[in-house]
Design a protein around this ligand. Sequence first.
Ligand code: NAD
Length: 428
Amino acid sequence: MSSARIVVVGTGYVGLTTGACLASLGHRVTCVDVDEAKVARLSAGRVDILEPGLAELVGRGLAARRLSFVVGAREAVATADAVFLCVPTPMGAGGSADLRAVEAVTDEIRDTVPSGCALVTKSTVPVGTARRIRALLGRADVPVVSNPEFLREGTAVADFLGPDRIVVGSDDEAAARRVADLYEQLSAPVVVTDAASAELVKYAANCFLAMKLSYVNAVAELCERLGADIEAVTEGMGHDRRIGRSFLKPGPGWGGSCLPKDTAAMVRFAEAAGYDFTMLTAAISENLAQRERVLAKIAGAVGGNLSGARVGVLGLAFKAGTDDLRDSPALAVASALFAHGAEVTAYDPAVGGELPGMIVVDDPYQVAKGADVVVLLTEWNEFRRLDWAYMAELMVGDTVVDTRNLLDPHTVLDAGLIWQGIGRPHAR
Ligand code: NAD
């Protein structure tokens, strides 16, 4: 399909990236949202989220009239060849994915979606959702296709245009192939399968990554107890191509807008299928334990009691390169510090404004001022380049807890401070 008419519903990280990138591939794209103010800003070329290259692509799409933004899907879909659902599927009751937005859009377009148009789920949806949408839609002439998205926040455009793979699944194979053809300019392996398998690929991949991180955090804990160094251990592991080097870094626990909700949802739909996914529940418990261990480490650095301690926090976003705070482990640790009675001052290069339980400052040195301990929680590269001697001068205490193993311990040590990482010997 060289130039298709596409409607993208939801203009968040996934929807806006999908819309702008598909327009850049030559398709005519209408992006829909329920948020009128957002639609107005986007129509004026204003992109609120931090994603390299996205504002430029939106600007180019608007200028070429290949991209437009509207409120409401009902009319927008009337002439579409494909409708992509990119609406939220947050954690709902008991951990299951909340499909209300997906169902609301399906309901909204039921009478207006044209015959033969593919209804594509790009949102992460549990296995069986394609079937559920088909039943709700009640339109045998509208194929439902699962096309999970694997982009990462912070590199969304590059990931979308250079994906490791494209997965499309439908019980109507011809429809799945038509959706795959929309990406024909991208040179990526394409997996065409049935709807249930495509839906499962996304959870199987995300949950694997979460388990990998929990595993590394557990090995890091063992390193601390046994006197080994996680940096050496993971380097030694990562050269093994069966393991790979990515997702092998310990941290304050995994989080973000996807892994916590996707792991919880997979546990739930496994349970509904009669399978107790203990490996995954263990990874989730390990993640909570990691957060507690980080808190204990910070408490240890201030003599064991966080109450009244002044803690300087570097980093709030769930990872470097994004301004997304959803389910951020950094934010969770900062909030827990406050809950334990600490006075928290925090800095993040991409996060401003007010947050409950902490003072957010716009200068990293302000977090060190009067701090009993400084805690690094997000792996922003700019933290490496801080003047640590100046940080030491501003601090009252003498310890830096580096939960990302980001800093060079010797730099911190040379500044007269103690460096504590995760799974590594302390530098003092
Ligand atoms: P988001 O919260 O950033 O954006 C969702 C958008 O949908 C918002 O603009 C919201 O106003 C809009 N919306 C909500 N209900 C709507 C409705 N009924 N009609 C029209 N618009 C509506 O969400 P996101 O991070 O882009 O995630 C969307 C989906 O993609 C989720 O299922 C998520 O799991 C999946 N996903 C996310 C990522 C990621 O890194 N963020 C990666 C892969 C997959």
